[in-house]
Write a protein that binds this ligand. Structure first.
Ligand code: SAM
Length: 660
């Protein structure tokens, strides 16, 4: 569990960290010092005019109050004629400052107010891992990695060419924070550095200088800021050959010309969001009369993360996805695009002894911030739900429900406003193939293309193509029923989850459900399934007043969810199994070496599916991961998660077990 910083403000109003007995910044000239040491000595502004990528990546040790970030953002925005389109700022923080302390600390810089307000609005909860925050239509990205940098740095995904253009080596004086200023940190800074990666730091301590030289940086001494005698800065001439990702889980960037997306649900809308922020050229192909006709077609979908008591990578993925999705959906609403929704919270009822025990364990293990999920007694639960129920539970206060089809429309319209793209409906792609290294789609009559990449985001239909048919996808039929609200049930004011769920009324109906029928692709409406849905509600809430007369099901929706064997999505390059087996044959003998280079015949093909019943939560971050990968940007997730989501994971598993 991440601990917040303990701060006090000294007589001059300067924030001081209790644990380190050191100040975050000088109240007289902290801003000028940030510019002098970090922005100027890294030559950030000059380099924005002459850079080899659309994005420029700065990484910082110690986010603190975010002053360096805000200052750099302001200077980035004020810099004219730059070729760099996007500032990507990564910052590591062991003890995140509480929001209230952040507000107080940053009040010292009135000139930064417009930026400060935006940061404060999105400032995340103290939860371990990467929080991706986007500002200014995605041209400013802040990846806040909460946790000790000793633990988080080795979890960053990077390849031989590196990802960082400049380091802000901050983090309290070495004498006050010796644990952080270690050779392992300097080595990791070099490993992650791109060609010409620079660094700057306010200290000129001998061991820091020697450590950075040992790691591979050239180091120069400079006169320090104000009364400080010296500081150092320097460069890495060439990226070293280190990489973090196993070669059998490739996520390298590609040259992008125009992308085709096959699909029309939440996965496609999320891709459109992430691609349009990157000004990418793309086109959507949806087989139905309109988008959101498949699994995203429910009247009301609940938005909440699926959490386990332990801090598993699956749970971490859903927890981060949840907050990222909320930020995306809130931004769309802020920009004036509307869809029916209520951020009314989601109440997970402890409907039997076993569930209560699991919920108890989740609270006792204390892996999740209270702000995300908290225990509520039966009385508190009834107050929150506005109807009396006998159960205690766990409450996810930032959750709620959304109307998925309208959400998808809003996401697509918002994306269209960022970047115009075509949505081709009523076109069912039958196959895709490559000619002269470019991809073409064929719909039975017409060939569409060429495209530099194709992303298959077609839910249950994703494995209907030659190149995807061996993917380990499983269909699960689900039916939700719409039951007419009664005077009493209309009082329900939060999403109630028992084994299934019941939503607060919308258009005078509650959504109840859902059924789970494995390996079925049937989408007819079943009376039996309606009865199952209703029976679940009356079984668990039979004694509650709100279920009296709740029995008038007026319609229902059935759809197929696409799931994977391990319930995690598949996000990344489509694997060419034959070549994989050749290239990584030594995995069969447990070897970590001796791989041959992998020349994929499916290069340029991507898969984004397996979202199951959790697409509302996981699609936005999943799409952002895929686009970050394709555009050669830092990934918004850690190494373990990247592997857990990689489409090749089942093949790697089978190779390691010597099964294929
Ligand atoms: N850059 C900050 C700003 O602009 O406000 C000021 C940074 S403050 C001087 C140093 C920060 O480093 C503190 O917030 C502290 O909690 C953080 N820090 C110290 N040791 C750390 C570690 N091992 N891992 C991550 N963050 C650390």
């Amino acid at each position: 569990m991440i601990e917040n910083a303990h701060i006090y403000f000294n007589q001059s109003g300067t924030p001081v960290a209790d644990k380190f007995d050191d100040i975050y910044f000088s109240i007289d000239n902290g801003l000028a010092e940030s510019t002098f040491v970090f922005v100027e000595k890294n030559k950030i502004i000059e380099r924005l005019h002459d850079h080899d990528q659309n994005h420029f990546v700065i990484a910082e040790t110690g986010f603190g109050t975010g002053l360096n970030f805000l200052n750099t953002w302001q200077q980035f925005e004020n810099s004219d004629n730059k070729t760099v389109k996007k500032l990507h700022f990564i910052s590591f923080e062991k003890y995140p400052i509480k929001k209230s302390d952040l507000v107080k600390s940053l009040a010292a810089w009135p000139n930064l107010k417009p930026y400060t307000e935006k940061l404060i609005a999105l400032y995340p909860v103290a939860m371990q891992g990467c929080h991706r925050l986007e500002f200014a239509s995605g041209t400013i990205v802040l990846d806040l990695w909460f946790g000790d940098i000793k633990d988080t740095l080795p979890q960053i995904c990077f390849q031989e060419k590196g990802i960082i253009d400049a380091w802000y080596l901050d983090g309290f004086a070495p004498s006050k924070n010796p644990d952080m200023w270690q050779q392992s940190l300097f080595n990791a800074m070099a490993d992650l550095g791109r060609d010409n990666c620079s660094f700057a730091t306010f200290t000129a301590s001998g061991f820091v200088r020697r450590g950075l030289i040992k790691a591979g940086f050239n180091v120069q001494k400079h006169k320090g800021f104000g009364r400080k005698r010296e500081m150092i800065c320097g460069q890495l001439t060439k990226a070293n050959d280190k990489f973090s990702e196993p070669k059998y889980y490739p996520r390298e960037g590609v040259n992008i010309n125009k992308i085709a997306i096959i699909g029309g649900g939440i996965a496609t809308a999320s891709l459109a969001l992430s691609l349009s922020k990157r000004d990418a050229q793309f086109e959507v192909f949806c087989k139905d009369d309109q988008v959101a006709m498949g699994a995203s077609h429910n009247h009301q979908g609940a938005l909440y993360p699926h959490l386990q008591a332990n801090f598993s990578r699956e749970s971490q993925f859903y927890a981060h996805s949840f907050f990222y999705a909320r930020r995306c959906f809130d931004e769309i609403l802020t920009q004036g695009y509307t869809f029916p929704y209520q951020w009314c919270g989601v109440l997970l009822h402890g409907i039997n002894a076993e569930k209560q025990k699991r919920q108890q364990s989740l609270i006792e293990q204390n892996n999740w911030p209270n702000e995300l999920i908290s225990y509520v007694s039966p009385e508190q639960a009834s107050d929150i739900a506005n109807v009396v129920t006998p159960y205690s539970g766990l409450f996810i206060k930032h959750g709620g429900w959304i109307n998925p089809p309208k959400l998808i429309e809003a996401m697509l319209s918002y994306s269209q406003a960022n970047k115009l793209f075509t949505i081709n409906t009523k076109i069912k792609i039958e196959k895709f193939y490559q000619k002269a290294n470019l991809w073409y789609l064929f719909d039975g009559k017409i060939e569409h293309g060429p495209y530099s990449q194709v992303i298959v985001a077609a839910g249950e239909h994703s494995d209907t193509f030659k190149q995807t048919k061996s993917l380990d996808l499983h269909p699960v039929r689900g039916q939700v029923s719409h039951v007419k609200a009664t005077e009493k049930s209309a009082e329900i004011s939060t999403v109630l989850c028992h084994k299934g769920y019941i939503t607060p009324q919308y258009l005078n109906h509650h959504c109840i459900g859902a059924t789970f029928t494995k390996n079925s692709k049937e989408t007819h409406i079943s009376e039996d399934d309606n009865n199952i849905n209703l029976k679940q509600v009356t079984d668990f809430y039979g004694e509650c007043e709100f279920t009296d007369d709740l029995n008038d099901i007026t319609s229902a929706k059935a759809a197929i969810r696409c799931t994977s064997f391990d319930h995690m999505p598949l996000i990344g390059q489509i694997t060419d199994i034959k070549n994989y087996q050749k290239s990584f044959a030594t995995l069969r003998h447990g070897s970590k070496y001796g791989y041959l280079s992998y020349n994929s015949s499916t290069s340029g093909l991507y898969i984004f599916t397996g979202l199951g019943a959790r697409g509302l939560c996981s699609a936005p971050l999943g799409a952002e991961l895929l686009c970050s990968e394709m555009f050669n940007e830092p990934l918004p997730i850690d190494l373990a998660m990247s592997e857990a989501l990689h489409p090749a994971r089942f093949i790697v598993r089978d190779l390691k077990r010597n099964k294929i």
